[in-house]
Design a protein around this ligand. Structure first.
Ligand code: BGC
Length: 263
């Protein structure tokens, strides 16, 4: 049985955001609450913010939560490129979850992709769809005929000897004061490389910068159709909530191998 509203939490390098999500409609059903990601971004400090977000909504029940790194078995952090390295091998479902509020983790790019495939720009699109979230890092989600291949890390492909996200994420815009005209060629090269590797039927671009898609998309020209994520920056939160009831990596969401308490 699905509850009407599920708390979705989206963990990013700069902010931790949460909202109640209407799973039927695939939309946020409350205002989004954002707290700055603590620095250093260590597990205990972030768990305290997680509790603060939960308390803000006075919420009890299943929670879906994105993480900006590889997540195995809906729980275990395997990489954390833009957070503190002490996250690696932490069981985030145990750290964040309580018996009455079990937490299902999912990679942030995968979460955004799920939301877009189910409710947004990828609805009904057959073949290969590649979602790219452009933020502090570059997150990717790959779908073939609607099925997610979880934990793809194409944000870290090497282009001209460099990790792609160090050149084309939106962080470089802030760090180096780049204009869209200066940044767009980097995204162009990234999309061209992804196109040659995956030959997708559609690229969906999300992340905070997708709010200004109309301003910079005319500077990009590739053969594959490119659209903005329709959920704009909310796709992560909606996808997080979806993960609490959807299996994404071979495990039944909400019920991985270990006991999850009473929830
Ligand atoms: C991480 C990915 C994540 C992306 C977006 C990358 O640095 O390796 O797992 O999806 O950033 O946050």
């Amino acid at each position: 049985m699905t509850r009407d509203l599920i708390l979705g939490v989206d963990i990013g390098g700069s902010g931790m955001k949460a909202a109640l999500v209407d799973l039927e409609q695939g939309v946020m059903a409350s205002k989004r609450h954002r707290v700055k990601t603590p620095r250093p971004a260590r597990p205990e400090a972030m768990a305290a913010v997680f509790d603060e977000l939960k308390a803000h909504f006075d919420y009890r029940g299943p929670i879906g939560c994105t993480f900006p790194g590889v997540i195995q078995n809906s729980a275990i952090v395997k990489t954390a490129a833009n957070l503190d390295a002490s996250w690696v091998e932490v069981n985030a479902a145990d750290l964040f979850g309580t018996p009455d509020s079990p937490v299902t983790l999912i990679n942030d790019g995968d979460a955004a992709g799920l939301a877009e495939m189910e409710h947004g720009a990828g609805q009904g699109v057959a073949g290969t769809v590649v979602m790219i979230t452009i933020g502090t890092g570059l997150g990717t989600a790959v779908f073939t005929d609607g099925h997610l291949v979880a934990n793809t890390e194409f944000g870290h492909i090497e282009i001209n000897g460099l990790d792609a996200e160090t050149r084309a994420s939106s962080r470089v815009i802030d760090d180096f004061g780049l204009s869209f005209e200066q940044w767009a060629p980097r995204m162009q090269t990234y999309l061209e490389t992804m196109e040659q590797l995956l030959w997708p039927n559609l690229f969906i671009l999300g992340g905070g910068i997708s709010k200004q898609f109309e301003e910079w998309s005319p500077l990009i020209s590739i053969e594959t159709p490119v659209v903005a994520a329709s959920g704009r920056n909310g796709a992560g939160i909606v996808g997080a909530a979806m993960a609490s009831v959807l299996a994404t990596d071979g495990h039944e969401a909400g019920q991985p191998e270990r006991a999850r308490g009473a929830g």
